[in-house]
Design a protein around this ligand. Sequence first.
Ligand SMILES: [Zn+2]
Length: 455
Amino acid sequence: MDSMKAYIEKNRDRFFEELFSLLRIPSISSQDSSRPDMMRCAERLTELLKEAGADSAGIYPTDGHPVVFGEKIVDPALPTVLVYGHYDVQPVDPVELWKSDPFEPEIRDGAIYARGANDDKGQLFMHIKAFEYLVRENRLKHNVKFIFEGEEEIGSPSLASWASMHRDMLAADIILVSDTTMLSETVPSINCGMRGLSYSEITVTGPDKDLHSGHYGGAIANPINILCDMISSLIDKDGKITVRGFYDDVVELSEEDRAKLARAPFDEEEYRKFLNIDEVKGEAGYSTLERTGIRPCLDVNGIWGGYTGEGAKTVIPSSAHAKISMRLVPNQDHEKIAELFEKHIKAIAPSCVKVDVRHHHGGNGFLIPISSPAYQAASRAMTDVYGIEPVPSRGGGSIPILADLQKILGIDPLLMGFGLERDTIHSPNESYLLKQFFAGMESIALFYEYYKGNK
Ligand SMILES: [Zn+2]
């Protein structure tokens, strides 16, 4: 579609200005102090939607951060695309590792650098601009609805109930999402499945106060030592998670499906080099791509307790804490896993300490069929833009709310993500390659050309 290319060329500077106005707003959903910024970001998004051609766009309160919804109804008889994205971002710590201000976007080496440049402001912005192009060039043959939430990075606690109350408003034929990565710059892929998530926090408490390690050391349980023992027992030497019942609902893939997955190009040496590690590690009997795509995993996300300041302080801490995430595969239920996890932790806790498990958030994984018209349309669009047919992939991340929306609205999500590993989302120096930013816009515009509804 040359005219989309031309449209990008003509409007390039304005696109940057508009995107940067979003990126400058520190919409960190996990920090309470960000509330005014969350609102500012939601307001800016409604402006952008209206300017792009939406009939209406507004801010809807939820129990948490607001939802932005906008739409253009061309003709109720036409297929409807529901675009999902999120305007909240991850915190920026450790901020000293950023080469430029995370909230002052900068273009260098062919990429935009800022928190949210990719995840997900940069990616949702491509949808607004593809839509703008179709509206202004009189090419829009769909109804388009946009739903942008402000709580994806904290597990979307409010969106499911909000969506249940606005079913009619959200009615559509497909949920279109760009919030994932492609396999590589030269190997486009479409994500047809995502892992789910269960996230818990463990607190181990010993004495009711911090104690002198000289006076009491060796005589009582140290909560940090105990917590470390418990955590290290959660994964065995084969990389299997030891939580009782954890694998009960995991569906083993057929050899044929595993062979299909193995066709995705993957260079382990490059992978190791990129991460600066000497060796990969994971569940025995599975490849790296399988470990992040079709197998569940358990990771400590943070662990703390005792004295961590400068110099030494001899102390037996009163308590120790750890945050633990479990990535789940489709068919595993996050609530059931949270229960199994808590039961297991309580069962292995020694009686010399008190152990508390708090469940933070979770969501189920999902899979969409490659044969679906929406997948096919996306595949054609990306083939046109990249010159190669995209590989169906299964992503390792989680967008738990998509499984919920799929259930509540009865619509499949389609994940056309244009991020790359190199973008280091959630880390310092998050970026988004300009090439991907523009190829994404083109692919999305073409998706609308090819997608004629689900029949
Ligand atoms: Zn995201």
